[in-house]
Design a protein around this ligand. Structure first.
Ligand SMILES: [Zn+2]
Length: 139
């Protein structure tokens, strides 16, 4: 039997994940209009319930490349995260975009979006297929 992966809600409460969100938000330079950019990365878990993260390269104002999660030995990708750094006051849209939803649904893992008004989740509630298959995106 394949074990279920942690849910988005469980991951969101994990201190490793919370620290990763805080670091990505700080690194997005939200307070510097000319420097704002998306940051984020990949969240992994293993069968022992341990959680670890890997950062993606910094993105642009409105994009971040999350297409190639690195392999982490013994771990499965269970979520991605990225920031939406443009404040609503400057025309930003904090909520997950239509593309975020499409990519999250297609990828088979939850996608967290870290914003000035909180953390949103797009896509499935947890990694599709549990701890099995490839270590990266399950589909
Ligand atoms: Zn997005």
């Amino acid at each position: 039997m394949i074990s279920e992966a942690p849910t988005a809600a469980e991951l969101q409460e994990h201190p490793v994940v919370q620290a990763a969100f805080a670091t990505a938000w700080a690194d997005s330079l939200v307070d510097q209009p000319g420097m704002r950019h998306e940051e984020g990365g990949f969240i992994y878990a293993n069968l022992g319930g341990e959680v670890t993260v890997r950062r993606a390269s910094p993105g642009g104002c409105l994009f971040l490349d999350l297409s190639a999660p690195p392999d982490v030995a013994g771990y499965f990708l269970v979520a991605t995260y990225h920031t939406h750094p443009i404040p609503t006051a400057d025309g930003g849209e904090p909520e997950p975009s239509a593309d975020d939803w499409k990519w999250a649904d297609d990828s088979g893992v939850p996608w967290f979006v870290v914003t000035e008004i909180g953390v949103f989740v797009a896509g499935p509630n947890r990694r599709v297929g549990g701890f099995g298959g490839p270590g990266g995106y399950p589909q």
